[in-house]
Design a protein. Structure first.
Ligand code: 5BU
Length: 273
């Protein structure tokens, strides 16, 4: 199955340029770690990105939690992404009618399209949200070409999540319908076997990002539920996302190296390397 292929093999065959880049970065850096850099100032964010940059494939941001977002945030993130060869994922979770999300994604206060290679959305509003974001990214005057992609938020890690059943199935439907812009899913497992009304293309290769990865905790007091890198990758994660497990560790760089090593070993075990 897809999950037994190496990142290298998937990079070679994937039709989507950003998916190819993701797999190439993972392979080049021997890292499938996405750090969720949930700090609240630009200085902390850029400092974390610079220190952890060598050990991660992707940095995930919540740009609206910064108290001082400005052009310096954008310039700093773009420069560090180039310096350390990582991609930027803004975890904005678009969830509105098509006309609104187009404006939230491209231009607006946060200018997300200018710096985020990867964005995500919920399909709660229906198919139109995926269609709208795809249309913006593929319009002839969109300046970032094919260097942008979308993950569909198909499941969530919080206790009692309602992103299950027919919601998750619809996520797979729309991923299949808008494959030119949809890279894959944020989910807790591989979804290629989930029932979908859209026929599966035997070559399809969705990228799975799994949040809620932590080596030393089972959860938090607000309903977050954790699993280990081994467990996430065993269930089909291609990229593991860790926040507090890394940035709140006594030594964030040591923690990033530990998640990198464990994530890579679990991947090697999965592909039989
Ligand atoms: P943590 O510190 O590793 O618990 O941070 C997890 C991050 O992933 C945080 O930024 C959440 O907003 C994000 N997240 C999540 O925890 N669970 C989900 O289902 C999704 C995102 Br989608």
């Amino acid at each position: 199955s897809r999950s037994q292929l190496t990142y290298c093999a998937r990079a070679a065959n994937h039709p989507n340029p950003l998916a190819r880049k993701l797999f190439q970065v993972a392979e080049a850096k021997k890292s499938n770690v996405t750090v969720s850099a949930d700090v609240t100032t630009t200085a902390e964010l850029l400092d974390l990105a610079d220190r952890l940059g060598p050990y991660i494939a992707v940095i995930k941001t919540h740009i609206d939690i910064l108290s001082d977002f400005s052009q310096a945030t954008i310039d700093g993130l773009n420069a560090l992404a180039a310096k350390h060869n990582f991609l930027i994922f803004e975890d904005r979770k678009f969830i509105d009618i098509g006309n609104t999300v187009q404006k939230q994604y491209h231009q607006g206060t946060l200018r997300i399209s200018e710096w985020a290679h990867i964005i995500n959305c919920s399909v709660l509003p229906g198919e139109g949200i995926v269609e709208a974001l795809t249309q913006t990214a593929q319009s002839p005057d969109f300046p970032y070409g094919s260097d942008r992609g979308l993950l569909i938020l198909a499941e969530m890690t919080s206790k009692g999540s309602l992103a299950t059943g027919s919601y998750t199935s619809a996520s797979v439907d729309y991923a299949r319908k808008y494959q030119s812009f949809v890279l894959g899913f944020v989910s807790t497992r591989s979804l290629s076997e989930v029932e979908s009304t859209v026929a599966k293309n035997e070559d399809e290769d969705f990228v799975v990002f799994t949040t809620g990865v932590n080596l030393s905790s089972k959860g938090d007091k607000l309903g977050q539920q954790y699993q280990t890198p081994q467990s996430a990758i065993g269930r089909g994660a291609d990229f593991i996302i860790a926040g507090r497990g890394i940035y709140a560790a006594p030594d964030a760089v040591e923690a990033a190296k530990q998640y990198q090593q464990q994530g890579w070993e679990a991947y090697m075990a999965r592909v039989g390397g």
